[in-house]
Design a protein around this ligand. Structure first.
Ligand code: PLP
Length: 382
């Protein structure tokens, strides 16, 4: 149960879910997908939602929907590979932004520096894709102003932070409401806070973008006459979600309050117990009750022993993970990027460790993890 840092929780999915689809005419992108979209919009406070087959597709559709001749995108260096891979496939240019050492999210000063350097080099970034890391909600208010001034569109990667919200500058900010962006993307992969097995969604308040996303999701086909089945407007792919996934998503949505509460209880237990461990590591604390915690992250004071620490935890069947390796360290991106500074990204990468956090865990599991961490730290003198 705790041999992985995250896990799906399908305990509320009824065994006869398949019977709802047996006699349906349409089993993909049908009525359950539409209902799932409505529920997502209501939850995150967006005008429109387009569901799709995973979070990577959600990012790909979003980048295509913004219709840039050549994509020049600023993305965080501490990042999953999805956005960088898509930009590369679309023959765009990647600019890596350093992160804040304490949050792992884009640092405002680094962002400003990138704009200065870009100006000097006569490069015009046109898209920015920040990540709301680990369930946290990033403050995008200042960056939004800079982006507006410089004609940069924002796509929020909300894959870690579905339904998370936080009071920022006295205002409630819900990830997905697109208060600071054109588009937000989500993933419903098994390890995320709610799952459709594979799945994703894009939210927006812009009707034109919404209409474009609908076309992009399904080969951009427009029905014409009965004897001419469809007109293809431009090349795209099949990003559709199936009805089975939407049905699972609808049932998962009903569990959100329970899931959120349980994750909060586990996090609070960790935070309390780890107060005595400050000599060895500090946990990231997002400090708000409406956060839908995705990752429980600690930062080791001494990064040299991280490998030994992880190995020892593994031998006790405690799964850990590193989120993430800075993108410039991947061979494919080493020579194909613009980068300003990566000192903080490297620091974050070297010291960061994700411990198990999911709703199938019990407080007894937390006790077991804490007890073993204590043993390993003392015995191995880490
Ligand atoms: C931050 C981030 N963006 C994008 C993705 C891609 O989502 P998916 O795996 O559903 O394609 C992930 C998935 O792990 C992610 O963590």
């Amino acid at each position: 149960m705790i041999d992985s840092y995250g896990s799906q929780d399908l305990s509320n999915i009824s065994n006869n879910i398949f019977s709802k689809l047996k006699n349906k005419k349409i089993i993909t992108n049908g009525e359950y997908c539409k209902l799932f979209e409505k529920k997502i919009s209501r939850l995150v406070n967006s005008k429109y939602t387009v569901v799709c087959n995973n979070g990577t597709s959600a990012l790909m559709m979003s980048l295509l929907a913004l219709n840039k001749k050549k994509i020049i995108a600023i993305i965080p260096n501490i990042n999953f590979v999805a956005s960088a891979n898509i930009i590369s496939l679309l023959k765009g240019k990647i600019i890596l932004c350093d992160v804040n050492r304490k949050t792992g999210m884009v640092d405002l000063n680094s962002f400003k520096k990138i704009l200065e350097i870009s100006k000097k080099k006569k490069i015009k970034p046109n898209i920015f894709i920040p990540i709301h890391y680990g369930g946290n909600v990033m403050d995008l208010s200042m960056i939004k102003k800079l982006c507006f001034k410089n004609n940069i569109d924002i796509i929020e990667d909300g894959c870690h932070s579905f339904n998370s919200s936080k009071i920022i500058r006295k205002k409630k900010v819900i990830v997905g409401s697109c208060q600071f962006s054109k588009i937000t993307t989500f993933s419903f992969h098994g390890v995320k806070n709610i799952t459709t097995m594979e799945g994703g969604a894009v939210t927006t308040n812009d009707k034109k973008i919404y209409s474009k996303l609908i076309l992009l999701r399904s080969h951009a086909l427009k029905k014409t006459k009965i004897n001419d089945p469809y007109k293809m407007l431009y090349p795209t792919l099949n990003f559709r979600m199936c009805e089975m996934s939407a049905l699972i998503g609808l049932q998962q949505i009903k569990m959100i309050d329970k899931f959120k509460k349980k994750r909060n209880i586990i996090v609070n237990s960790y935070l309390n117990k780890f107060k005595k461990f400050e000599k060895y590591f500090k946990p990231l604390n997002f400090k708000e009750k409406n956060i839908f915690w995705h990752l429980f992250v600690i930062q080791l004071n001494n990064s040299k022993n991280k490998g030994v620490f992880m190995k020892n935890l593994k031998s006790k069947k405690i799964g850990t993970q590193v989120h993430y390796k800075p993108l410039y360290r991947h061979l494919s991106y080493r020579n194909n990027i613009l980068i300003n500074d990566y000192a903080n990204s490297n620091f974050f990468y070297k010291h960061q460790l994700t411990l198990p956090l999911h709703t199938r865990m019990s407080l007894k599991n937390v006790d077991y993890i804490v007890k073993n961490i204590k043993k390993i730290l003392l015995n191995k003198n880490l």
